[in-house]
Design a protein around this ligand. Sequence first.
Ligand code: NIG
Ligand code: FE
Length: 412
Amino acid sequence: MSLLIKNIGTIVGIQPEGIERLCGEQMGRLETLDAAWLLAEEGRIASFGRMADGCPAAGQEVDARGGMLFPSFCDSHTHLVYAGSREQEFLDKINGLSYEEIARRGGGILNSADRLHDTSEEELYRQAMERIREIIRMGTGAVEIKSGYGLTTEDELKMLRVIRRIRQTAPLEVRATFLGAHAVGRAYVGRQSEYVDMLCREMLPAVAREGLAEYIDVFCDEGFFTVEETARILEAGARYGLVPKIHANELAVSGGVQVGVAHGALSVDHLERMGEAEIEALRGSRTMPTMLPGAAFFLGMSYPPAREMLRAGLGVALASDYNPGSTPSGNMKMVLSLATIRMKMTPAEAINAATLNGAYAMGLSREVGSITVGKLANFFLTPAMPSVAFFPYAYTTPLVSRVFLRGEEFTA
Ligand code: NIG
Ligand code: FE
């Protein structure tokens, strides 16, 4: 089956083959082509060119009516499998409690773990698929999803099986991350090192036996897991071939960035608290620093120092962190607006961070993340816009008008 998109005002995010990530100054360049067409065949981008040079015929034709075509967002950090919601804690925060205080009182992640325990796998899948359809409609074409609201072997497996089922049934690309070290499970409160032992001895082999995850995450931060515990967990994960993608430096300068880089992490995520040493540790590494401005916005924290990282020549990624506690939103367009407005990234830098570099941060940049011949035909159309900058500028206007995944329109 072939699909032709014609009368495209501008194709955004074109890359030659073989570019896996963009760093520093490269991030400020966004390749575009005006007055264009794009052809997809067998679910992949087959060719694109200028309308003036004539366009090929195809089984299905879509008129973009002068709108722009963007590569789908690649959201490399979410927790979108969860049960229910936590707006009670939202009210607690309005009334003055901090995220850490709520967690100390047994709310937060443990609250979600209790709910997840009481929810069937079927119901969990149903709730998660609603969120999946929501993010697809908002332009996401690849997503990483973490466990971490189970915190017992049985419930972590339940979450990861739901992620596997999403992967088998949803039209977007999915990658799974085991986050048993999101918090200490209720039965182990006060016995953190025993929880870490159990995670390494029991949870990890069970996850690996069923092949349920490709990545491993640890919440390495003040009040959660220490650098030493993180190192132990990452080493244990490496024995099963799990690559680290970790939560670091959200609540404190935790040492999380350094321990992640030292263990070959594909990404270190959050980074609200960063110093010179953290930036230095990332320089020359394979690790993609990933910022989640939705969390800083929702929790009223300071934003990660995007400009400093870019000035140091680093590549950066942007992701949503979609979760019930710190960011109940998977809206990547809003993430672009936060990145431009609050972190002073240019629209080009932010779009590259949310597409190609996001794809890199989940090991998918050969398949998605840019308009490149041979990559999956995952893209969305917008109405006609005066410029690319209009997209993050019009920060609540719904500008993702039609979505295509593997060359097929998503209409659900
Ligand atoms: O990325 N920081 C740790 N984990 C999530 C929040 C989890 C929750 O509150 O449920 C985050 O912000
Ligand atoms: Fe997170």
